[in-house]
Design a protein around this ligand. Structure first.
Ligand code: ADP
Ligand code: VHF
Length: 385
């Protein structure tokens, strides 16, 4: 399937075939079963699928639940857990969870890298930039980022709510083009098929209408393990879609679940309303209020127009006081605003390194950092909008 494929014929399989960066969400029930024991053969089959996708050039990030389910077994906790018991279980279980994933990927010499996120990490721009840079570096180094919520410090006020939404935020953070949520069901139905046997499977959702949202009922809070329900999966698809990322809800209990999607097995595709690039352009170039200005030389103007990041060598001056992660306007020496981006440095740091070559930065700053003042992915030129 080429990238120029007619989108009206897109389904879960074709969307998966063209994905370049994929976030896969695995729930506790699929990974651990009802008894809280890791399904190792299944996990090995998923590892084979992920390894095959990576060999085809697709970058993969995994969001995995299961820490509480595994931890409660380890610590001998039973019944309904208090918040502090859940947090203790997740602390003990996260170790076992990461170990299970690392074991599954050992045959492919793929390193697992654990990232525990809290809502703050994706909502606050400075932490967002740090988290994104870490993901980017891990993917560049060929590691497989393994994400879970940082349950041990998350409180009810700051929780994402469930790992379906966490996965959508992770997809947004890494600018993924596809989110695959592996579920205990083969997609969305017109109503909950457990309660309504006449419910019909929906293979493609163009728009998440109130009717679609109503079909899911409420959250599945009473389930033994996990906490999501179909409502949280639709909410996740909505968050991802707003960032230009398509979503698939697919059956996760079967072995080789990703290969099953590629083979045309039943699943639901949620098509996004926009692309990741235009969602990002709208956010950086339109919604964020600039906190300052960076004046750049003509060489830098040319380099940015050619798709480069802004390096300190092209910086002439800095106006205002802004922080790392704030939006800044990029201005020519004649005063023309040519674009807007997220600053990778504090204003005062840029003042120290303005005009410097990249190999002089460590001596000027006293520490080592990526050289770009504004990374190309964090930059929107006026001609782009
Ligand atoms: N409209 C719907 N279509 C499909 N499943 C639904 C729908 N409404 C409610 N559900 C229920 O949601 C369940 C999936 O949510 P959940 O059990 O949390 O999944 P997982 O454990 O895979 O994260 C299904 O098994 C189904 O009973
Ligand atoms: N972070 C928690 C899982 C929370 C959650 O959303 O679970 P699930 O509904 O199984 O995806 C854990 O690792 O146990």
């Amino acid at each position: 399937m080429s990238e120029l494929a007619d989108i009206s014929t897109m389904n879960a399989a074709s969307e998966m075939r063209i994905a370049k960066r994929l976030v896969i969400k695995v729930g506790s029930a699929i990974l651990c079963g009802a008894d809280g024991v890791t399904r190792t053969a299944w996990l090995a089959s998923l590892a084979a699928d992920i390894s095959a996708l990576r060999e085809n050039g697709c970058e993969v990030v995994v969001v995995t639940s299961g820490a509480i389910a595994l931890g409660r077994q380890k610590l001998g906790l039973s019944g309904v857990l208090r918040l502090d018991e859940k947090q203790a279980a997740s602390a003990a279980g996260q170790v076992a969870l990461a170990e299970a994933w690392q074991t599954a990927f050992a045959p492919y010499q793929i390193n697992i890298a654990q990232i525990l996120l809290t809502l703050d990490d994706t909502e606050g721009r400075r932490r967002y930039l740090n988290a994104r840079a870490t993901f980017r570096t891990l993917l560049d180094l060929g590691a497989l980022p393994l994400v879970n919520e940082n349950d041990t410090i998350a409180t009810s006020e700051i929780r994402y709510g469930d790992n379906d939404r966490l996965a959508a935020h992770a997809a947004q953070l890494v600018e993924s083009d596809l989110l695959v949520i592996l579920s205990d069901i083969d997609g969305l139905y017109t109503a909950d098929p457990r309660k309504n046997p006449a419910a019909k499977h929906i293979s493609v959702v163009e728009n998440i209408t109130p009717e679609i949202e109503k079909s899911a009922g409420g959250a599945n809070a009473s389930a033994g393990v996990g906490s999501g329900g179909m409502a949280s999966k639709i909410a996740a698809a909505k968050i991802a879609g707003g960032a230009g990322c398509a979503s698939i809800i697919a059956p996760g209990m079967v072995n080789n679940p990703l290969q099953a999607i590629l083979n045309g097995g039943a699943a639901t595709l949620f098509r996004p309303a926009t692309t990741p690039a235009s969602a990002r352009r709208l956010w950086i170039g339109g919604r964020l209020k600039p906190a300052g200005q960076i004046v750049i030389d003509d060489g830098a103007v040319k380099a940015l127009a050619g798709g480069a990041s802004l390096l300190p060598a092209g910086v002439l001056a800095v106006r205002g006081s802004f922080m790392r992660g704030d939006a800044v306007e990029l201005v020519t020496k004649r005063g023309q605003i040519i674009g807007q981006g997220l600053s990778a440095y504090y204003a005062d740091e840029i003042r120290k390194i303005a005009g410097c070559k990249s190999d002089q930065l460590e001596a000027k700053l006293g520490y080592k950092r990526r050289p770009a003042v504004v990374e190309k992915d964090d930059l929107v030129l006026r001609t782009d909008t």
